[in-house]
Design a protein around this ligand. Structure first.
Ligand code: SAH
Length: 358
């Protein structure tokens, strides 16, 4: 049993079952044993790989997106914010791709929002020579009151979700308990304290539904800040439009699916992102919100294929193959192209969101 499993087992023994959100929060963010606190999970030797680690084109095009939005905002000092920046690869590629616009670099202060000391250190190592003003923060509440351009890739999927189940007796919350007989964690059902919309009546028994209170609260804060000080955001993640009527909680260990309750703290835990809710929060705050795009669509519209051709021209042998296969992994519907979605919003209606115009 992992050290964290022991801590969770004791907590359950003392106070009863815990919600899926509490389990996820402990597994990912426990100060000592949480998955993101103790290791670098990324890359071939880690548990999963992300788009910026697959191809430099990803971060480059996002850098260009930010610069184009900044120009439309009228330029001027601003904060370039990244939520959950992993190894700093995306930011490094974005900065390199925009070097030819020195006013853009001169106008920005970079804010990296990161809770993991291990990853914050990796980001510092990667970026310390790339820009003179980079600051690290634990939480979005510490961001300065300035115009903001924000990037979040695979950040929202790491936030704790609650799960609910439709039963014969109405909606119940899915919770985590300890099963003595099998000496393992198991799911149980408890009171939900949740009102479903009227359409809830037709949901079949056994259906699992999800909510992410942390994502809602972060999006509300970000949207209010963007409305007050000006700005735009680009959010990329695997997720869905409409309500999720299935269980999207998953664990990954060494690039393979893993039982979610087996080794808390030792496997990555994620849930798909509910983009409809994020988009309606942004809209309700008075922001312009673009249509939800597939990652493939977005990258192609931003010029991914042309960029790959240029890189191929200057590369040799094996390097060429890596550029082509990297691009294919990002845009192909069989790989990340359709599963991953891109949402964009901006404070002003007249900002044309690059890649999002019809
Ligand atoms: N964006 C990176 C990394 C994705 S992994 C990439 O695309 O490669 C998720 C990232 O979010 C990690 O950097 C993790 O440490 C960070 N993270 C997870 N929960 C967080 C939270 N509540 N606040 C800030 N960062 C968080």
């Amino acid at each position: 049993m992992t050290a964290l499993a022991e801590i969770i087992r004791e907590r359950i023994a003392a106070t009863g079952s815990i919600s899926v959100a509490e389990y996820m929060e402990l597994a990912l963010a426990h100060p000592e044993h949480g998955y993101y606190r103790k290791q670098d999970p990324l890359g071939a030797r880690g548990d999963f790989i992300t788009a910026p680690e697959i191809s430099q084109i990803f971060g480059e095009l996002i850098g260009i997106w930010c610069a184009q939005v900044w120009m439309q905002m009228g330029g001027g000092p601003f904060s370039l914010v990244e939520l959950g920046p992993g190894r700093g690869t995306l930011m490094g590629d974005a900065l390199r791709a925009t070097k030819k616009i020195p006013e853009f670099h001169d106008s920005m202060t970079i804010h990296m929002v990161e809770t993991s000391p291990t990853l914050a250190h990796a980001q510092y190592q990667r970026l310390r020579h790339e820009h003179p003003r980079i600051e690290w923060l634990d939480h979005i509440d510490e961001l300065p009151d300035s115009p903001t351009i924000l990037i979040a890739n695979e950040f929202f999927d790491a936030l704790p979700i609650k799960q609910f189940v439709m039963t014969e007796d109405g909606v119940r919350e899915r919770r985590v308990a300890w099963d003595e007989a099998s000496a393992s964690f198991m799911f149980v059902e408890g009171p939900a304290g949740l009102q479903l919309a009227k359409s809830g009546q037709s949901i079949p028994t056994g259906t699992v539904m999800e909510q992410c209170p942390a994502a809602r609260s972060i999006m509300r804060t970000l949207a209010a800040r963007m409305k007050a000080y000006g700005g735009a955001a680009l959010i990329i993640d695997y997720g869905y439009l409409g309500e999720a009527h299935h269980d999207t909680l998953q664990a990954l260990s060494q690039h393979k699916f893993h039982p979610v309750l087996r080794t808390p703290g030792d496997a990555d835990l994620t849930a798909h992102v509910d983009f409809s809710t994020l988009m309606s929060i942004a809209r309700d705050a008075g922001l312009q919100v673009g249509p939800l795009l597939n990652q493939g669509q977005f990258l192609v519209r931003m010029g991914a294929e042309m960029r790959a051709e240029m890189l191929v021209k200057h590369a040799q042998g094996h390097q060429r193959d890596l550029i082509i296969t990297g691009l294919q992994r990002l845009i192909s519907p069989q790989a990340m192209g359709e599963l991953f979605k891109v949402m964009a919003c901006a404070s002003q209606a007249d900002i044309e969101l690059p890649g999002f115009a019809l």
